[in-house]
Every structure is written in C-alpha cells, then in structure tokens.
Ligand binder design. Structure first.
Ligand SMILES: Cc1cc2nc3c(=O)[nH]c(=O)nc-3n(C[C@H](O)[C@H](O)[C@H](O)COP(=O)(O)O)c2cc1C
Length: 221
C-alpha cells in the first residue's frame, strides 16, 4: 500500500532551517477561485519576477523572460487562447514564463564568471563553448529552455503563495496562438502560463499525491 500525503499532513518541520519554506511548499495550491475585483500592484508583480529570476539555471544562463498581461481586453484574448479558462481573467494577472531556445546570454554570463574570478579567460571561453554547444541541437535547446524556465515558474508560484496570493500554472493554451498574440520571437518558447491574483476563497480539497514509497527508487529505477 503506497503512503499518501494527506492534506492534514502539512504540519511544519520546525527542525528545518527554513520552516516557512517547507510550509509554503506543503500548502501551495493551484488556484481556480480568484477575487475578480482585486488586482496585484506593480511592486508585487516585480517582486514575483525578481524571485522567479533567482531560480537556479544551467551555467547561470537565466534563459527566461516573463510577459505579464493585466489589461482586461487582452486578458479576454488570453482566456480565449487558453480554451476558455475564465479563472485567468478573475486572477487579473497572467504571466507567460518564456524560455530561450538559444544560449543568448552566454557572452554576458561567462564574462561575469570571469570578472568574478570564478574562471580564467581560457576556462570561461571553453565552458562557454560547451554551454552554447548544448543549445546547438534544436531539441536539446528546447529542452534546456523548458527545464530552466520551469524552475523559474515554480519559484514565481511559491513566491506568490508566500505573499498570500494564489497562482496557477497552466499549459492548457494554444501555444502558437498565444506566442503570436504576445509577439514572442520565433526562438522563444511559451513554457508556462501562470495566473496570479488574490484569493476568492477556498479551493476544493487537494487530490491525493502519490506517496514516497511509490515514487522514490533507490540506486536504480
Ligand atoms: C504543467 C502543468 C500544466 C497545468 N495546466 C493547467 C491548466 O491548463 N489549467 C489549470 O487550471 N490548471 C493547470 N495545472 C494545475 C494542475 O491541475 C494542478 O497543479 C494539479 O491538479 C495539482 O493541484 P495543486 O497544484 O493544487 O496541488 C497545470 C499544472 C502543471 C504543472
């Protein structure tokens, strides 16, 4: 019988160095019930993106961007492109987390590794060539963009939760249509749409999670 995480198992491990983080991870929910009258401030939006951009990334390339939509009419379009998911409109803010499919920040970032004395010039050049090479293959470049930007999306959602907001990750949208609507360049990947806003009340109880015994493999799969 697999062990399942029940909703009343969200007690905080007070021995943890950062118990608040564990509490946030354990209580985060994807919101579907937003307060349609409330809006988040510019300051909050910027704080969320600042936290998202602190996510780890391969070689610190930070291959992500964020497109925030808050205009009512534009949100209506986003809802339509997301197959009628009205909670996006109620949330009041939709943030598309965008991934890079090219190592476009490599020159700058490897310059920073070198400037900080973490690599000499030769090592920086060689490592940059390796990092850029990883994006040579189209499929791999896409994978890198999605992996890195997904971590930024999770940071953004946890930051929203920690600030008393709700956030919902979404891939239920017409990727091509939304990319066109938001004028994404061809080399950018629409990784995750995150609806963010004030809570409109309770969410249905969380469905069970697969337990550790079921998902943890030791030494090999
Ligand atoms: C990759 C991904 C895509 C998702 N797409 C949608 C979506 O299109 N619309 C939506 O309302 N929720 C979406 N969700 C939210 C999931 O339904 C939700 O995370 C899951 O049911 C678990 O609930 P919880 O996040 O409240 O724990 C998505 C989540 C992920 C990770």
């Amino acid at each position: 019988m697999s062990q399942q995480l029940e909703t009343d198992d969200y007690d905080v491990d007070h021995d943890a160095e950062f118990p608040g983080v564990i509490e946030a991870i354990r209580t985060r929910r994807s919101g579907h019930n937003f307060d349609a009258e409330a809006e988040i401030s510019d300051e909050t939006l910027e704080a969320l993106v600042e936290d998202a951009a602190l996510a780890p990334s391969s070689y610190n390339l930070q291959p992500w961007e964020f497109v925030a939509v808050q205009d009512g009419e534009r949100l209506d379009e986003v809802v339509e492109l997301a197959y009628g998911q009205e909670h996006i409109k109620d949330a009041g803010t939709a943030i598309l987390v965008v991934g890079h499919s090219e190592a476009e920040t490599a020159d700058r970032v490897f310059g920073e590794w070198e400037e900080a004395g973490r690599m000499d010039e030769q090592a920086a050049e060689e490592t940059k060539a390796t990092a850029v090479g990883m994006y040579d293959d189209e499929r791999m470049g896409r994978d890198y963009g999605i992996r890195n930007a997904s971590l930024a999306a999770e940071n953004l959602m946890l930051s929203a939760h920690a600030r008393g907001l709700k956030a919902t990750p979404m891939i239920g949208f017409d990727a091509e249509g939304l990319s066109e609507f938001l004028e994404l360049p061809d080399d950018k990947i629409p990784v995750m749409l995150v609806a963010v806003g004030e809570s409109g009340g309770e969410e249905p109880e969380r469905l069970p999670r697969r337990g550790v015994e079921e998902v943890l493999h030791r030494e090999s799969y």
